[in-house]
Design a protein around this ligand. Structure first.
Ligand code: SF4
Length: 564
């Protein structure tokens, strides 16, 4: 064991408020892993929530672990130190259960790095009862677990709150009664939210598309995505405060899950179900608890400004000693008392997402915002003291034309013009940061049939936008790298055969394109193909509560609108 690495773990712990410490004696031990660095993992409220939920069982001890940064990876390798948990520095391999919380497909490769560093065999079929049980959850594998299905023993799909108790009970029974791995996994199969990849056989057509799924156990019709119906029965807040996160000692309070607007491109709106909200009084109670620890309070959730008591919530916070941060505000939600709350506390920046530059493209993607609404709301926010705006846009959207790209430039300039008008009154001009990303069609959305735009064309569009916007004063622009979006699209929409690409890329030190060449795999198959209406998708055995037909209907309507 490297003392340097142990000291590093202890230095993280020293900075934390709220670390849970338990002894191991006779308890089920869980190593909860975020497959990225401590800084990124501890910024994730879902990860903190699962840590708390596991530890709320008296017969469970849950400790955390993360992907070491580059420097620490070198130290692990130099000293042959296996990955260990943060709290007790116990090797990961010695835990009963290893639970991965995965928010982004781009972290799938890190799952393999972590198994490698923990000296655990990669594939579920290579491991036996003496190995820890490897489980995974989080929005990335819930929308499509197949690219990592060969590596994970079982997935907990969707929200975990209501399934953990039965999962842990099944684990105890399996541990004492099962004779072999298949028998062991069989103990979990009755839970609807549990997906066991080795129990599902997938066959393929000659053209490479999925032919059919066969459930080897015949007990389960399909897997469903777990959802907490009444969010008021749970409280999701920061459990550990530390300066080593993106939110630095901010107490996060989850306000909502899901979204009723179902914009056609959005995974959250389509996967997580209708908007569910915690009562304002419950939220105020959580906020009061947070204020005992810190003044920095962050309200999180999709489309928070749709909360039915949002105005009451904001009014209740005005006048309190609090530094608020509020995510996911829609343009229509830019009004008082929200703006009064933010500016009273000195906040002068906001993030907003027009997504598309023209009304035409916004309507096509199901976010039909009028340009006048965007301009009026942006101007009003500036007039109330929000000087800086961060604006999110997507390129490569279905039905997009070149004039929709030019419209992004026009819209940003028009917003700036409105800011300049306001600045005359205030003698201070703020900044606009435009953040532009390549669109990836996601599973479970109406665009799951649609192809991704080719990388060369995305580069052309992004280059145009950078050139057009960077020359304008007080406007900056950041864009993603389409060749990495292409990899992400494969991980998002791929099937089980992508697992070989992941293994090869681990061997190739992260060089995806070398792996494609060596395996003779062409991800164009996953990315650039408009899919047939009747095609079976790798994630079609999962039931998210909406019918595939209803998504197809929306896609057909969009295609008609595009060709009109
Ligand atoms: S983009 Fe925003 S408003 Fe639209 S579905 Fe997603 S979370 Fe809801």
């Amino acid at each position: 064991m490297s003392w340097k690495l142990i000291e590093k773990a202890r230095s993280f712990l020293k900075e934390e408020q709220g670390t849970i410490r338990k002894d191991f004696g006779g308890k089920t031990s869980v190593a909860l892993i975020y497959p990225n660095t401590y800084y990124i993992g501890m910024s994730n409220l879902g990860f903190q929530n699962i840590y708390y939920l596991f530890n709320s069982f008296s017969d469970v001890v849950c400790e955390r672990s993360f992907l070491p940064n580059e420097e620490d990876l070198i130290e692990h390798n130099r000293t042959s130190t296996p990955l260990f948990s943060l709290e007790s520095q116990k090797p990961i391999k010695e835990f009963d259960i290893i639970a991965f919380s995965i928010s982004f497909e781009s972290d799938f490769l890190n799952l393999l790095k972590i198994l490698n560093l923990s000296r655990i065999k990669f594939k579920t079929k290579e491991r036996n009862l003496s190995d820890p049980l490897i489980i995974a959850g989080g929005i990335a594998p819930t929308s499509n677990p197949e690219p990592i299905a060969e590596f994970v023993d079982l997935f907990v799909m969707g929200e975990a709150e209501e399934v953990l108790e039965i999962f842990l009970k099944n684990y105890k029974s399996a541990k004492t009664e099962a004779n072999n791995k298949e028998d062991f996994l069989g103990y979990f199969d009755s839970a609807k939210e549990v997906y066991i990849p080795s129990f599902l056989e997938v066959s393929y057509n000659k053209d490479g598309t999925v032919k059919k799924f066969r459930n080897k156990k015949e007990r389960k019709k399909n897997v469903i995505i777990g959802r907490v119906n009444d969010l008021n029965s749970t409280e999701t807040v920061s459990r550990i405060l530390t300066s080593n996160t993106e939110f630095s000692n901010m107490y996060l309070v989850e306000v909502a899950r899901g979204c009723s607007r179902c914009c056609k491109f959005c995974l959250i709106g389509n996967l997580s179900g209708e908007g569910r909200y915690r009562n304002a009084n419950n939220l105020l109670f959580s906020i009061e608890n947070g204020l005992r620890l810190t003044k920095k309070i962050g309200l999180l959730g999709s489309s928070i400004s749709d909360h039915p008591e949002f105005d009451f919530l904001c009014k209740s916070l005005i006048g309190k000693e609090i530094i608020p941060s509020i995510s996911s505000i829609r343009f229509e939600g830019l009004k008082d008392p929200l703006l009064e709350l933010l500016t009273e506390k000195g906040q002068n920046s906001l993030t907003l997402a027009p997504e598309g530059g023209s009304e035409r493209i916004r309507t096509l993607i199901g976010k039909p915002l009028k340009e006048e609404t965007i301009l009026d709301k942006a101007q009003y926010a500036v007039a109330r003291g929000i000087l800086n705006l961060k604006l999110y846009f997507l390129v490569g959207l279905p039905g997009e034309r070149w004039d929709d790209i030019e419209a992004i430039v026009d819209l940003v300039k028009k917003i700036k013009h409105r800011m300049v008008e306001e600045a005359k009154e205030r003698a201070r001009l703020g900044k606009i940061t435009s953040s532009i990303s390549s669109f990836i069609p996601k599973p479970f959305t109406p665009f799951q049939w649609h192809s991704m735009e080719e990388v060369a064309r995305l580069n052309e569009k992004l280059t145009f936008l950078r050139k057009s916007l960077r020359s304008v004063s007080n406007i900056s622009v950041t864009t993603d790298v389409p060749k990495w979006s292409y990899v992400q699209a494969m991980l998002s929409r791929g099937d089980r055969r992508v697992s070989e690409v992941l293994l090869k890329t681990l061997d190739n030190n992260g060089n995806w394109y070398k792996s494609f060449r060596e395996l003779n795999i062409n991800p164009d198959f996953y990315n650039y193909r408009d899919r047939e209406e009747e095609e079976l998708f790798p994630w079609d055995f999962i039931n998210n509560g909406f019918s595939k037909d209803s998504l197809l209907l929306k896609y057909r309507i969009t295609k008609k609108e595009i060709s009109a």
